[in-house]
Design a protein around this ligand. Structure first.
Ligand code: NAX
Length: 327
């Protein structure tokens, strides 16, 4: 057994965390030889419901769990953590404009970013709570000495959705789909890059010889999948989102298979003419500890226009939260 690590999950009484926490506690994410201390963060009104989650986690008798702490204080939740899965955020309520949503979440991620200065030296963060890219930007901008490359926002659900759609259309198993890059924002402007995706090692457009489907139905299905799930289920994607969060952490912690990549939103270094200072999705490779943006992919005018539109949305979001970003 390795020495225990500390993992924090925020929004821990919410529906996504109800799937995620149990899978983290079971060892599925960090390994069957990795004991962990779990800290669960919620807001004060949800502490009663969180207590119920803790009772259930206890009742699973997971052998890897060394302790479970429930708190409504970010500083306590993030003390000494190695990983933080930031799921909690303020949902959009009736009549709320997008700017109001950004501002409300800005406050949360300023506070949580500051509290992350108390984390362990090897801290890694995944921001899931929406608007995830801009929340991630706010957190990393307020986290003082924590290196910015420790932060990512979740695009893995979009990647997985894209892979499933391509596999379904091609009549191939989803395991044959690789190199699925998502560019831009986790929103309806994102660009799921079918041009660079492969099916069984062959470019997706050569396997699926239906450019009209790829350029319209495929893109909009991936972009609007979240809304389709809300429409069908009456609540937003939770189990698939938890599954994607797990895939993200595993991809970050393992060496990426040769020739492949995975998608996550990270602070742009200017690659692919995405301006610095926004958290945008890129294709990444990891060596198990550090990640890098895959270089050298090409985009035609169609793809470039889609990427630029999503990047513009991220720039607008950054402008809307500028009060939450230190100079
Ligand atoms: P829920 O509303 O069920 O749960 C959110 C929880 O966060 C609530 O229990 C709430 O009390 C808590 N919370 C609010 N402010 C908090 C704070 N300051 N500190 C700690 N906890 C706080 O939403 P759920 O379905 O679980 O979704 C969680 C978040 O994931 C939402 O923001 C949602 O939009 C986002 N999603 C992001 C996805 C992505 O791909 N990046 C996909 C799935 C999901 O929709």
């Amino acid at each position: 057994m390795k020495p225990p690590i500390k993992v924090a999950i925020t929004g821990a009484a919410g529906q996504l965390a109800y799937s995620l926490s149990f899978r983290v506690a079971s060892g599925e994410v960090f390994g069957a030889d990795q004991p962990l201390h779990l800290t669960l963060l919620e807001i004060a009104p949800a502490m009663g419901a969180l207590e119920g989650v803790v009772l259930e986690l206890d009742d699973c008798a997971y052998p890897l769990v060394r302790s479970i702490q429930a708190t409504d204080q970010a500083t306590a939740a993030f003390d000494g953590i190695n990983w933080g899965l930031l799921v909690g955020s303020k949902p959009r309520t009736k009549g709320m404009e997008r700017g109001d949503l950004l501002a409300a979440n800005g406050k949360i991620f300023v506070e949580q970013g500051k509290a992350l200065e108390r984390a362990a030296d090897d801290l890694r963060i995944l921001v899931v709570g929406n608007p995830a890219n801009t929340n991630c930007l706010i957190a990393l901008s307020n986290a003082g000495s924590v290196p910015t490359d420790r932060f990512a926002a979740m695009m893995r659900l979009d990647q997985n959705r894209g892979m499933a759609q391509l596999a379904g259309k091609a009549g191939k198993p989803v395991s044959s789909v690789t190199n699925m890059a998502i560019w831009g924002n986790h929103s309806a402007t994102q660009f799921p890059d079918f041009f660079n995706a492969k099916i069984g090692g062959t470019p997706a457009p050569e396997v699926i010889q239906d450019p009209a489907w790829l350029e319209t139905a495929f893109i909009s299905t991936v972009q609007k999948r979240g809304a389709a799930i809300i429409e069908a289920r009456g609540s937003s994607s939770a189990a698939s989102a938890a599954s994607a969060a797990i895939d993200h952490v595993i991809s970050m912690r393992s060496a990426t298979p040769a020739g492949d990549w995975f998608s996550a939103a990270v602070l742009s270094d200017g690659s692919y003419d995405v301006p610095q200072g926004i958290v945008s999705s890129f294709p990444l490779r990891s060596d198990g500890e550090k990640w890098e943006i895959v270089q050298g992919l090409t985009h035609n005018a169609f793809a470039r226009e889609k990427i630029d539109a999503s990047v513009k949305e991220l720039l607008d979001e950054r402008e809307a939260v500028k009060d939450s970003l230190p100079d």
